[in-house]
Every structure is written in C-alpha cells, then in structure tokens.
Write a protein that binds this ligand. Sequence first.
Ligand SMILES: NC(=O)c1ccc[n+]([C@@H]2O[C@H](COP(=O)([O-])OP(=O)(O)OC[C@H]3O[C@@H](n4cnc5c(N)ncnc54)[C@H](O)[C@@H]3O)[C@@H](O)[C@H]2O)c1
Length: 366
Amino acid sequence: MIKVGIIGLGYWGPKLARNFNDLPEADLAWVCDLDQNRLDHITSLYPGVRATRDYRELLASDVEAVYIATPVHSHYRLALAALRAGKHVLVEKPLAACVDQAGEIIAEGNRQSRVVMVGHTFVYNPAVAAMREIIASGQLGEIYYINGTRVNLGLFQPDINVAWDLAPHDISILLFVLNMEPVAASARGGVFVQRKKGLHDVAYLSLIFPNGIMADIRVSWLDPCKIRRYTVVGSMKMLVYDDVEPENKIMIYDKGVEIPPYSDTEEQFHLSYRTGDGVPYPISWAEPLRVQCQHFLDCIKEGTEPRSSGRVGLQVIRILESAQHSLLNGGSKEIVGESRGFCAYRSRREVGAQCKDLCLREPVWL
Ligand SMILES: NC(=O)c1ccc[n+]([C@@H]2O[C@H](COP(=O)([O-])OP(=O)(O)OC[C@H]3O[C@@H](n4cnc5c(N)ncnc54)[C@H](O)[C@@H]3O)[C@@H](O)[C@H]2O)c1
C-alpha cells in the first residue's frame, strides 16, 4: 500500500480522495486544505485520514505520494516542496504557470529520482485510448484534420483564462492520439464576462502538426450546452468521439470523397462521395480518474515514466505559452517553443509590462 496525501480539497480534490480511498493499493493517509470546512467534510467521509491546514505538516509525514489539486499559481511552489521532501508528485493540469517553472519541477524530480506526473485525465479515458489505437492502425488513412469542442456554462476561473483552464485537456489529447508535437500555434478569443481582469472566456486554438495535420479546438465557459466532441477526418474514413454520449462514444464513418482517375466527359469529372454508415467502436469503460490514480501508483512501484509525465506537462505548457502569445497579439502564428515570456497570468493589460515572476505569486487584479 502506498501512503497518499492530497493537497487541495475544493472542487476536484474530493474526487481524488474518493478514488484513492477505493484503490486497494493506496492508503489515503493525509489531506490538506487552507479551509477548515473542506477538511471537516473530507474527514467526515473518511474518518481515518489525518488532516492539516499546513502543507508542510503533510510533507513532514510518512506519505510517499502527494497529489496537488490547488489553483495553478501554487502548483510550482507546492510541487518543488513535495519533491524536496522526497515525495512522488502528481500535479493537476496545467503542471505550472510557465515553461520555466515546469522545467524546474522536472529537474527537481530527476534530482530526487521521484515520479512527476500531471493530471491530464483525458489521456486515461478509454475512448481517447481507442482513438489513438484507431489512428495508429491506419484505418482512417492519412489524417487531414481534427476538430475539438470543449464548452459549457462555467466553471469560470478567477485567475486564469479558458485556454489555460480547459485546453490542457485538448492539447494533451492531441499529443497522445497523434503521437507528435505541433510545430505552430495560433489563438483568437474573446473577453466577455471578466472584462476587468482581461480573462478570455472563449478561445479558438489552431495547431499545425508535422505533415500538415490541422487541429482546431474551441474552448469556452460561455456556452449553453456541455459539448465534448472531436471529429477526426482521414483520407479513408472519419471518426467522431463524443465524450458526453453515454453508450457509443466513438463512431467510425465510412465516408469520404474520391476523385475519378480520369474524366473524358463532364459527368465523369464529378467527385464521387462515399456515404457509408457509422459503426460504433467497442470500448470497455473505466472511470478515467481511477485509471489515472492507479497509473500513478503503478509508476511509483515500477519506476516507470507516466503516460502524462512532467515532460508531457512541459510540452503542453510550451503550446499554451505560444497560444497565449498569439491570443494577446491578434491571432499571430507562433512557432511552438519560440515565444518566450508568456505565462498563465499575463492578461491583456499586462502586455508589454515587465512582469517577471508574475506567475510566481497570486495575481492581484487592479
Ligand atoms: N483533471 C481535471 O479534469 C480537472 C478538473 C477540475 C479541476 N482540475 C484542476 O484541479 C486544480 C484545482 O481546481 P479546483 O477546481 O478544485 O479549484 P478550487 O478552487 O475549487 O479548489 C482549490 C482548493 O485548494 C485549496 N488551496 C489553495 N492553496 C492551498 C495551499 N497552499 N495549501 C492547501 N490548500 C490550498 C483551496 O482552499 C481550495 O479548497 C486546478 O489545477 C484545476 O485545473 C482538474
């Protein structure tokens, strides 16, 4: 049994507590939150668990693994402290608020020989794993483009924009299913609700992958319906992944367009459309968060690199940084890895200002 501690018991932390409490190889030993009410709630559910408002007390205990589910501005400091205390860490997405912070977390993990993992929950979703399998098998043919939508009404975040909040899921899905990194990114968006803070509540991200594969993602906290849907268009077949669909989350459509090899007459010149039926792809379902928590325990026991390792977390932040640069520069096309100095806490009003270390402290909106 691996002794686990959780820091942060707001919206997401209790779901982690439930999973670690259920997993036979985990011992949910400690929990931590600044808010005593959150601690009282969790200890009422799991009476044997020790609780503290000071994360240093949790880190001084004999827990071996720490799950950090606090707001993004605290990820860097808490992850470094946990690693320096000799703990394996799983940090919620995004791993940190900027590329430099993510790099330091990874370096500390290497120095301490500890697992660094990121909560990219969707890469543990069986439907996403199936999408990767299907693409790799070649049955869709050459991949032309991917379109993803992740929208709902809320949950608005008070400090980071919608791209930093929701797009880590989509970027990690794309890296995983395509098994490659994009070369360029651009983003457009709108600030409609949190205008004073300049925080975008809707964003359209475009990523260009090697071989010219295009991926477009729409993320929004300002939409009437919950949609989590992907379309993958290949030269031979097309796929739709709908995470909200209870039964057939993945459908493969035998649809496509062919150009006749030659055309002597105008009739022959017309493209021929293949409009075959959609066939559901069988998936054996498991709760993605449970799979993710079990994977963390397995990586600790076996000393293996997690599927959503710190390295992948850094790749995601590199892409978010490029998207943020573009978002604040009218949708400019940014080469991934070249746009330096943008972090989760640079709002529209701060562009051009010196804000070194801004992402290290809690933002104060003027
Ligand atoms: N993987 C997913 O699908 C998913 C879903 C939701 C949220 N998240 C991530 O989980 C993290 C938390 O999000 P949330 O919605 O639960 O936020 P939240 O604001 O609801 O909860 C955060 C909690 O952390 C506590 N906290 C803050 N600083 C702390 C500190 N120094 N020590 C101890 N406790 C501290 C707060 O008191 C609060 O209870 C974020 O990184 C978010 O992106 C991931």
